[in-house]
Write a protein that binds this ligand. Structure first.
Ligand code: NAD
Length: 266
């Protein structure tokens, strides 16, 4: 059977959670050159080591990156293209949570930090990725010049119940959907596909940390409300991103794929 993916990929927030599982899924499904970017140096080194053992035939490029820095994002993308010659798929996944406190109770600095990582970080990455992709060879109607997947959230489509996430998080994720749709429209003519994924609750360190900060622990109640009645696994989001990024998915553009166990549809 032909692999779903081939070529190179760049993934932010790849040293933990959804990003790490997406990188592993990409490696399993045919990517041969994988740039893993993250702000957390130790986790990045550990991920690199684990991947080198697990996927000995794949070229792994670890990049220490803070998506809050335009200069760092520029050099991360430049380094990837220097090493791999081409950027086939980019997954803009790095993100942070935040307490579910009320807007007037939270410091402005915290609000700006959430927006800077979760929205501006995706913007910075997408800008640099597009600049590379528009100049690449077009590989045809299915693969095109490149594909970008932005990791939004179900809170990019609906608002959380009070206490589940901060409004700055919801704002950023809604804006990531706008960023995805706007550029999907603008860059379709270049043969670049851009889509977003909107995960529901997934068992990652981010969710665990957010839930520990909430006083009334509403997660279990929310998860029970979903059609599948359980929290998502990281590899389930990674696998969905593989499909979103693959040439099999050539007619999806500017779409937001909800993967939430039926929570928002319930
Ligand atoms: P996680 O905390 O396990 O992983 C996030 C990674 O991003 C970490 O490795 C972290 O070091 C990195 N990161 C944070 N700030 C960064 C920065 N400034 N520059 C570069 N890297 C940075 O979290 P996760 O749950 O895997 O989240 C990944 C993405 O999925 C986020 O965008 C999150 O909003 C989104 N998401 C998660 C869930 C969920 O339930 N876990 C649901 C919906 C959406």
């Amino acid at each position: 059977m032909r692999p779903l993916l081939k070529g190179s990929a760049f993934i932010t927030g790849a040293a933990s959670g959804i990003g790490q599982h997406t990188a592993a899924a990409f490696a399993r499904h045919g990517v041969t050159r994988l740039a893993i970017a993250d702000i957390h140096k130790d986790n990045l080194a550990a991920t690199r080591k684990a991947f080198q053992k697990q996927f000995p035939k794949i070229e792994i490029l670890p990049i220490h990156l803070d998506v809050r820095s335009s200069a760092q994002v520029q050099s991360a993308i430049a380094e990837t293209v220097r090493a791999f010659g081409r950027l086939d798929v980019a997954v803009n996944n790095a993100g942070i949570g935040g307490s579910g406190r009320l807007t007037h109770e939270i410091e402005e600095e915290e609000i700006m930090r959430i927006l800077d990582v979760n929205l501006n970080g995706v913007y910075r990455c997408q800008k640099e990725e597009l600049a590379v992709m528009v100049k690449q060879e077009d590989l045809g109607p299915r693969e095109g010049r490149g594909r970008i997947i932005n990791v939004a959230s179900m809170y990019g489509i609906v608002a959380p119940y009070h206490g589940m996430a901060h409004t700055a998080y919801t704002t950023a994720k809604h804006a990531v959907v706008g960023l995805t749709r706007g550029d999907a429209n603008a860059y379709a003519g270049f043969g670049i596909r851009i889509n977003a994924i909107a995960p529901g609750f997934v068992e990652t360190p981010l969710v665990q940390a957010t839930m520990e900060q909430s006083e009334d622990k509403p997660l279990a109640r929310e998860v029970r409300r979903s059609a599948l009645g359980r929290i998502g696994r990281m590899e389930e989001i990674g696998d969905a991103i593989v499909w979103l990024a693959s040439p099999m998915n050539s007619y999806m553009q500017g779409a937001v794929q909800v993967v939430d166990g039926g929570l928002t549809s319930a």
